[in-house]
Structure formats: C-alpha cells, structure tokens
Design a binder for this molecule. Structure first.
Ligand code: SAH
Ligand code: SF4
Ligand code: F3S
Length: 499
C-alpha cells in the first residue's frame, strides 16, 4: 500500500501489476463522491483527512453535500453516551438519502465502530461498512465488497499503524491551521475512559514523517500546526523502530534539517525534542499541541515551550477532579499535590502561559466535600478555559466494572452547573487581564458575526476580533491592542508592527 502513496523508483513486475490494478480501480471509482462527517476529538477530524486521502488515491472526490454522495462515512465518538446518541440520530437522517439513492454506501468509522463492531450492522440496518480507527487502509477493499452486495467489517486494532506515510487531504481547511497526528492510541487506562478500548495501544509516529508533513504544510502557506495525541507527553520514538513510510521519508529532502532530538544520531526522540524540531522549521510556523497529561508533562517540555516564541504559551492539562481519592479511583496516577506542583512549574517556567482543563462531575461515589476540592482547584489555577462534563458510564471500562454509577443525575447536573458558572467567571477574569496588552494574532479569516472584522488566535489561544484593514490578510500575523473583552473573545485594533 505504501508504494501507492510514496512513489518508488524500482519497478518490478509485481509493482507493475499493482499499478495496473490501481489504475483499474481508480477508473472504476472515478468521480464517485465521498461525504465524510466527523464527531468527537481533533484526532477523529484528523483521521477523516487520512481516510479522504486513502480514497482519493482510488479515484474518489470529496463533497460537502451528503445528498450528492455515493459514499457517506460518519466518523464516530464513544466518549460519552450522548456522543453516541448524536451519531444514531444522524444515521436516521441518512435513511432518507439512502431511499433516494439505493446504491449509496453508508459507513461507520472511528470509536463507535470499534466499540460495537459487527453489532452495528444488526442494530442499524442502514449501515453497510463498519471500520475501526486502525483499519482505514482497508477501506477501498471494504467498499468493493459492498459494491458486490455484501456488508463489510474491519475492526482490527494494530500496534504499529500510524498512517505515517499518508499525506492527509485537508478537509474544510482555511489553509492556515492544520492538525498533525503524532501518535495513536492510549495506554493509560483511566477508569472512566473508553479510548484505550476504541483506539488500542499507544504508538508514536516517526518524527521524520511528522516534520515532513509540517514542513509541507508551511510551504503550502499554513502557519499553525497542532500536534495531536491522547497523551503527547508520552511521545517516544526510538530509531530502531521501522514502520511503513520510513524508507521513502529517509530519502526525502527534510532529512537535512537539523534534528535536535537525536533520532538520526541514534538517540530516542521524546516530546520536548519533537516540539523543538517542529519549532525549528520556521519561526513563522506556530506550534500547538494537545493533550498534555499531568503525570507525564516534564520540566524539559516546559523549558522547550519557553525557549521558542513560535511554540504557543498554552497548555491543555486535564485535571478531571481536584480530589485525591477520586483521582485514585479514576486511575489518573497523580494526586492533587502532584497536579498543583505541575501548575506551579508551568507558572514558574513559562511566564504568561494560558492553561485550560477538562473536569468530570459526579464520578462514582464523589461526595459534596470532594466536589468542593474540584472547585477549589479551579480557584487555585483560575483556568483560562475548561471543558466540563457529567460522568457518563461507558460499558467495558474499569469504572463500569468496579464502581457503581451512584451519583444521581440531579446532583451531577448541580455540580456541573456550579463549575460552569465558576469557569465563566475565571474565563472573563483572564480575558479582562489582557485589556491594554498587545497580542500577536494569526489572522484566520472573517469573524463569525461580520465580514467587517477579522478573527484570529493569540499566542495564548484566545480568540481576538479586530476590524478588517489595508495591509493585512488571513495567514498573516498582526499586533492587536486589546481594548475590551467578553468571556470568550478579546476585541481590539491593529497597531503597527514594532521592528
Ligand atoms: N486524553 C485526554 C482526554 C481525552 S477524552 C486526557 O487524558 O486528558 C476528553 C475528555 O472527556 C476527558 O479529559 C474527560 O474529561 C472526558 N471524559 C472521558 N470519559 C468520560 C466519561 N466516561 N464521562 C464523562 N466525561 C468523560
Ligand atoms: Fe482516556 Fe486517560 Fe487515555 Fe486520556 S489518558 S485518553 S482520559 S485513558
Ligand atoms: Fe471520542 Fe474516540 Fe476521540 S471516543 S474523544 S473520538 S478518541
């Protein structure tokens, strides 16, 4: 498969045979339209771009209108029950499309596909294909099967697959920001979480291929990459690893770029090394990353962030709970003190770093007192932003097996409402603190509300709105003097660049 994506100069007979087959298949699918809709985390959105690339190789074009599609894929999320419910509802809507077009192929991809496997075909008659996150290379064959009148399933998880050699087709792109997947899976086994079951074992992607992808994006005009992994701090690449795509990439020009993290010199590359390597591509390429894990984020990573202006001063550090007993039940492998220590390290090493978090309310057996520890953690950190959720029991997880989901819905909701209100206050507080400062903003496009304004993000990831003007356009950096704010947005005006 790799040969199809990275051209190789050796033409033996079997390769010619493969090429002929590929041509025939591309011709067969030529002009067939793929519509793909993604739910869940950034990694799913990034995977959809890999899927689009795999199918583009076979002649498929993407469409943004599902009524025109020959193939509809829905890339799903299982993280909470309501995420799954949304997908089920959406599938019902596609029933009408299928009635109008009986040749339509409907596929379920991603985490729900992996969790439910062939059960999906029984439960949702509309669905023709079920494909897990590590089996996307098999999609062309699976579609062929459906074309031949069968249903098709591939939910094999892999210890090696990173799709390193695949150059994603950017979907719904503004040509400025892109997600770049640096690892897959998760080995952490937080007791509430379904991800280790749906995404399999953790594996890191070859740094050369990550660098090549980022460099290519920069050359195409992109100015911001977000490096993605469930736990980026445990990124680890050893040069003895050989994965698909390596050979082609070793030959690539990017090899000349100074690798800061060993690898080509024979050392292991950790996340700090990788960050540095990507930051060195160009000072005008902004580097973001998600998600950091409190147990693994090192001072070395923090010093690297501080060292490079183009590595953004923004860390998403999910706490989940501020109480050590609950953290233990959650199997997060850190306690309140450890988390506070990491926050203090961020404040010490990176002055002016924005911090956001994820919080779960009403985890099994959580008392009011323990919930107050979460509230007091919010008071301590004063997060810039937070994603907050009610605990949702997921089948098969450690928590589902070991603990009763015993906090009544109204209590979960009350605690959630309380922390949402608290977060509003702190978001506003953080925004207000920026008034009078000058923010370096990467212009992303017109603001949602008006084409008289541009929007873009500050280094600390705050959304900034300012009037459209002469001499600057999307994809460029401007200095914006902040004049006022809402809870979610900074508002200001462009001032001349200081030399
Ligand atoms: N890898 C990231 C999180 C990925 S899932 C990390 O370790 O931080 C994103 C968020 O969804 C989690 O941080 C958690 O807050 C929330 N989440 C995960 N499982 C959940 C569940 N069963 N119920 C409610 N929220 C959950
Ligand atoms: Fe889930 Fe924990 Fe892994 Fe995050 S680190 S994906 S919460 S198991
Ligand atoms: Fe959802 Fe899977 Fe991401 S469960 S949050 S799409 S890894």
């Amino acid at each position: 498969m790799m040969d199809l994506l990275i051209p190789d100069k050796t033409h033996d007979e079997s390769r010619q045979g493969e090429a002929l087959m590929l041509n025939a298949e591309t011709a067969k699918n030529n002009g067939r339209k793929l519509y793909i809709e993604s739910y869940g985390c950034a990694m799913n959105f990034s995977d959809s771009e890999i899927v689009a690339s795999i199918l583009a190789e076979r002649g498929f074009e993407t469409t943004t209108d599902h009524t025109l599609a020959d193939v509809i894929f829905i890339n799903t999320c299982s993280i909470r029950e309501n995420a799954e419910q949304r997908v089920r509802n959406r599938l019902k809507e596609f029933t009408i499309t299928k009635v109008k077009n009986p040749g339509l192929v409907v596929g379920v991809l991603g985490c729900m596909a992996e969790r439910l496997k062939s059960k999906f075909l029984e439960e949702e008659k509309l669905v023709d294909v079920v494909v897990g996150p590590d089996a996307y290379r098999d999609l062309p064959n699976l579609i062929d099967k459906v074309d031949d009148g069968q249903k098709a399933v591939n939910v094999l998880l892999s210890r090696e697959e990173t799709y390193a050699d695949i150059s994603p087709v950017r979907l719904n792109s503004n040509g400025i920001n892109a997600f770049v997947s640096i690892m897959r899976g998760c080995d952490n086994m937080c007791s509430f979480c379904v991800v280790p079951f749906t995404r399999g074992r953790e594996r890191s992607r070859d740094p050369l291929s990550i660098e090549a992808e980022c460099r290519d994006l920069f050359e195409k005009g992109y100015r911001e990459v977000t490096l993605l992994g469930q736990n980026v701090d445990s990124y680890k690449w050893s040069p003895t690893q050989t994965l698909p795509g390596r050979e082609g990439l070793e030959k690539a020009e990017n090899q000349k770029v100074s690798p800061t993290g060993g690898d080509l010199e024979g050392a292991t590359t950790n996340f700090a090394n990788l960050l540095e390597r990507i930051a060195l591509i160009d000072p005008d390429l902004r580097v973001r990353f998600s998600t950091s894990h409190p147990k693994d984020i090192t001072d070395e990573v923090l010093h690297t962030i501080n060292k490079y202006d183009n590595i953004c001063n923004y860390i998403h550090l999910p706490v989940q709970s501020g109480n050590s007993r609950i953290l233990d039940l959650m199997n997060r492998t850190y306690d309140r003190e450890w988390y506070i220590n990491r926050i203090d390290a961020i404040r010490r090493i990176i002055p002016d770093c924005a911090i956001s978090t994820d919080i779960i309310t009403g985890f099994c057996s959580e008392t009011d007192e323990e919930h107050k520890d979460t509230v007091s953690m919010m008071d301590y950190v004063k997060y810039d932003f937070a994603y907050m959720f009610k605990y949702s029991e997921r089948p098969g997880t450690l928590a589902a097996k070991r603990y009763a989901d015993d906090i009544p819905e109204e209590v979960k909701q009350k605690r959630l409402t309380e922390i949402v209100a608290k977060q509003q206050e702190y978001s506003f507080y953080r925004m207000q603190a920026r008034i009078g400062t000058v923010e370096r903003v990467l212009i992303e496009g017109f603001s949602k509300k008006s084409d008289k304004d541009y929007c873009g993000r500050s280094d600390q990831n705050a959304m900034v709105i300012f009037p459209v003007g002469e001499g600057y356009k999307p994809g460029q950096y401007v200095n914006v003097l902040i004049e006022r704010s809402t809870t979610a947005t900074l508002i200001g005006k462009v001032i001349p660049q200081t030399p």
